[in-house]
Design a protein around this ligand. Structure first.
Ligand SMILES: [Zn+2]
Length: 98
């Protein structure tokens, strides 16, 4: 996945902003943010009428490019784990480790 760096001041954000929150410019370049470090993890129990239900692991990840993003982990990982990030077609970010 990519994050967006301001061409004027190098502030990096995700998702893309209309204007840079730091300097107000509106030009960005895409920066690769393929990996990040897990900061904390929340376990969500979905109750969609299914016995047992699904469990989702939602994590705050500090990308190596700078911004923090909220991702769904493919499996439970501890804070500090390095994950690869993938942007799904619905806009959700998935974190996975090999
Ligand atoms: Zn800027």
């Amino acid at each position: 996945m990519n994050v967006f760096a301001c061409v004027a001041c190098a502030q990096v954000d995700f998702p893309r902003r209309l204007l840079c929150p730091s300097c107000g410019r509106d030009e960005f370049v895409e920066v690769d943010a393929a990996q990040g470090s897990v900061e904390d993890v929340t376990t969500l129990h979905h109750r969609a009428g299914k016995a047992g239900g699904d469990i989702a692991y939602i994590a705050t990840v500090l990308t190596h490019a700078g911004p923090r993003v909220i991702v769904r982990l493919e499996r439970l990982l501890a804070p500090g784990a390095v994950v690869s990030l993938r942007l799904e077609s619905d806009g959700a970010i998935v974190g996975f480790s090999d």
